[in-house]
Ligand binder design. Structure first.
Ligand SMILES: O=P(O)(O)OC[C@H]1O[C@H](O)[C@H](O)[C@@H](O)[C@@H]1O
Length: 428
């Protein structure tokens, strides 16, 4: 992963090299804190050792009984779904991968109607084993399988913590199962059993993903000038301090669209605390040049745009044409056009004084994805250290979970009482 901060200098809001030089002492101290947390396997920091501690053989062993299914359906939400989805939507496979995260009845019904249930592996994932959306969807899927005459116990893989409802279910039915590693919050679990089981089921090289993560580990250093991940974390932090309260992440590759979604959870849930944080916005190049870019370039000067691209990709030539005004396209390629648009957008933002950061990976493959996911996690942890927030907790999310459970009669939660206090100003 390579990071170029040039277009974040002298913009509005912006950085100077002097800002970065001053920040570098704090990066060194934060790096020491992070390295100590990793060495002691502390809660959260343990996520940054996953490239070394995750066990690919255990993952392969858990999925080997499924013998190349036609499809994999992950039932999970948030950190229990987005890492796996980022990998499966980025990499080609003849095993289709889908996610059931939301509890939208139309979507669940449609998804189940379209799936070959007798040749689908249901990959149910929940660290806590108690998340209402995941368990509700799983019960619906299980019943659909039974109705279709499929033995769901033969087609279900469970990934969960040491205790809880899902662990009990896996034990009771002797289902193949994987543990969620200790000390790793869901949004930091992409490089663990949580994110990698689907990759294994799809025939991807799990060891290469982890090797990419190790490339990222090796690239951590006590100076932002020596560490692309820390350069990104430090620059985004300093830009937020100066008013760049939105970070629009814009990959120029359809295959990385879900990466922006994964990033949004990581950034929002980890850093949105104590009145601080930076709102992640999801965009896609070149498509959103024709919509959101207007706001990014000419709207309130409170944004940073992160442009992400692979520097190598399979290309498709654009046929020659004698159509008036289109000759310049002929003989070029779709990839060449996308790259030109990437650089043009970057320049157009810089010309309008909007800070932007370029993040590049070599290509969209297992190893580069492992490094990218690790790099963004490390960037996030560094940002959290610099901002002094509690990066690995999510009390605001849990508040809403309790309120919903209380409403559904799943326990006595005072948070549910707030629902009755809703203010109204109705215009019917
Ligand atoms: O894995 P689970 O326990 O089911 O949790 C799934 C998701 O639920 C919560 O809302 C957390 O805030 C997320 O970080 C987590 O990834």
């Amino acid at each position: 992963m390579r990071v170029d901060l040039g277009n974040a200098l002298a913009t509005t809001p912006g950085l100077t090299t002097a800002t970065l030089d001053r920040l570098d002492d704090r990066v060194a101290a934060a790096h020491e804190r992070i390295a100590a947390g990793m060495a002691d396997d502390e809660f959260g920091y343990a996520a940054l050792t996953l490239p070394e501690t995750a066990d690919p053989d255990a993952i392969y062993a858990a999925v080997e009984g499924f013998d190349r299914p036609e499809a994999v359906l992950t039932v999970g939400i948030g950190g229990s779904a987005l890492g796996a989805a980022t990998l499966s939507n980025a990499l080609d496979s003849d095993v289709d991968a889908y996610v059931l995260d939301n509890v939208d009845p139309d979507e669940t019904r449609r998804r189940l109607a379209d799936l070959p249930l007798d040749d689908t592996v249901v990959n149910v994932v929940s660290k806590s084993g108690t998340t209402a959306e995941t368990l509700a969807n799983f019960l619906v899927v299980r019943e659909a399988m039974a109705d279709a005459g499929v033995d769901w116990t033969e087609r279900t893989l469970v990934t969960t913590g040491e205790s809880g409802n899902l662990r009990r279910l896996a034990d009771r039915h002797d289902l193949p199962s994987l543990p969620v590693p200790d000390g790793v919050p869901g949004r930091f679990s992409a490089l663990s059993t949580v994110g990698l089981a689907v990759a294994a089921l799809q025939g991807h090289d799990v060891e290469a993903v982890l090797a990419g993560g190790r490339d990222g580990m090796d690239a951590l250093a006590g100076s932002l000038y020596d560490s692309p991940a820390y350069a990104y974390g430090a620059a985004t932090y300093a830009l937020a301090e100066r008013g760049a309260l939105t970070n629009a992440v814009m990959p120029y590759a359809e295959s990385l669209e879900t990466f922006a979604e994964w990033f949004a959870q990581l950034w929002a849930e980890s850093l949105g605390k104590d009145g601080l944080g930076q709102t992640p916005a999801r965009a896609l190049g070149a498509t959103d040049q024709h919509s959101q870019l207007q706001l990014y370039r000419a709207g309130p000067p409170d944004k940073l745009v992160t442009l992400v691209r692979p520097t190598e990709r399979a290309d498709a030539p654009i046929p020659e044409t004698d159509l008036d005004g289109l000759a310049y396209l002929g003989g070029s390629s779709l990839g060449g056009l996308l790259d030109a648009e990437f650089e043009a957008t970057e320049a157009s933002l810089a010309a309008a004084d909007v800070p932007n950061v370029r993040v590049e990976i070599d290509r969209v493959d297992e190893r580069a994805l492992g490094e990218l996911l690790f790099g963004m996690e490390a960037a996030c942890v560094l940002y959290g250290e610099l901002a002094s927030v509690s990066t690995f907790t999510q009390p605001a999310v849990e508040w809403g979970k309790k309120a919903a459970r209380g409403l559904l009669g799943g326990g006595d939660f005072e948070e549910a009482e707030a629902v009755a206090e809703k203010r109204e100003l109705r215009i019917d």
